[in-house]
Write a protein that binds this ligand. Structure first.
Ligand code: TA6
Length: 293
């Protein structure tokens, strides 16, 4: 299928009727629906017509930079480039895509790109929709025999929630974090769960590989399982910042929470021929089974 700009999108479906939609614009998962057709990822209803950029929502790929900590545009260039379908990807070490619906996408630097980031990389993304409706994203970055380079990476996952003030994030207790709202000062999480009552933007460091996001009202829990992604970004812009964002409705912050599997604190360095893999799997389970997760 093609989007409004004529850019290809791939729709994955499983036999139970769950689906995921990936755009070649940015290798961007823009929709993930369960077998009842309910949308599990947030996407803003507003588009910034003045300065079109990655759709606000879904799971943008932040590479090779997260945020503004570097010389590139915010969150790097990968989400703003057109990727291609990779018809013949190198086999994954854990070929766990058996029986799943999946697509392999590839981003390689153009001559133009090499001017702003002079590194010969290949970034591959496999998006997988499991028989159980779970969504897996497996990214691989390879240094194609160039000089060593370092990068940060994040799956900038906008999860759809009913009301941010009814959301709890569990699994990050006692973890150290940078608070991006106060000069990235380092703290230790004291709470027994993260809850939200104002703007929130923290990067939890070397965090556990299983995080739960409980949406109380919908009795739904997102369980995020990750490998190769030591850090977790948790973000909600809240009201004031939302009003300043042209591509986010004033009240829409209430329906989203970003919980990103990421590698930020210690960027990855690849020597010629080396490869890094980062894998994120998101499951959705009825909360009744894990109220005290
Ligand atoms: O994840 C937090 C963050 O860095 C926020 O500061 C906010 O900028 C968000 O990412 C979205 O960034 P974007 O470039 O998509 O507007």
């Amino acid at each position: 299928v093609k989007d409004w700009n004529g850019i290809d999108q791939i729709v994955l479906r499983n036999p139970q009727g769950a689906s995921a939609r990936v755009s070649l614009q940015g290798g961007h998962v823009i929709s993930w629906q369960n077998d009842q057709g309910q949308e599990l990822l947030f996407s803003s209803t507003k588009v910034n017509v003045k300065a079109p950029k990655a759709m606000r929502g879904g799971i943008p790929i932040c590479f090779p930079q997260f945020g503004n900590c570097g010389s590139l545009e915010q969150h790097g260039f990968a989400r703003n480039k057109i990727w291609v379908v990779d018809e013949d990807p190198p086999p994954l070490p854990t070929n766990d895509s058996n029986g799943k619906s999946f697509v392999d996408l590839l981003l390689k630097p153009s001559e133009e790109d090499l001017k702003s980031w002079p590194h010969s990389f290949e970034l591959r993304l496999r998006v997988c929709l499991g028989m159980d409706g779970n969504l897996s994203l497996i990214s691989r970055v390879r240094n194609m025999n160039g000089k060593p380079f370092s990068f940060s990476f994040a799956y900038h996952s906008y999860l759809s929630v009913s009301d941010i003030s009814e959301v709890r994030v569990e699994g990050l207790e006692t973890m150290d974090y940078f608070d991006n709202l106060c000069e990235r000062e380092r703290f230790t999480e004291q709470g027994d769960a993260i809850t939200f009552e104002s703007e929130f933007e923290r990067v939890y460091l070397s965090s556990p590989n299983c995080i739960a996001v409980l949406d109380h009202e919908r009795k739904r829990t997102y369980v995020l399982r990750k490998e190769g992604l030591p850090d977790v970004v948790v973000w909600n812009p809240w009201e004031k910042k939302s009003k300043a964002m042209a591509d986010l409705g004033d009240e829409e912050y209430k329906q989203m929470v970003c919980v990103d599997g990421a590698v930020i604190e210690k960027p990855i360095t690849l020597k010629a021929g080396e490869e890094w893999m980062g894998r994120l799997e998101i499951l959705v389970i009825p909360s009744t089974f894990c109220s005290d997760f």
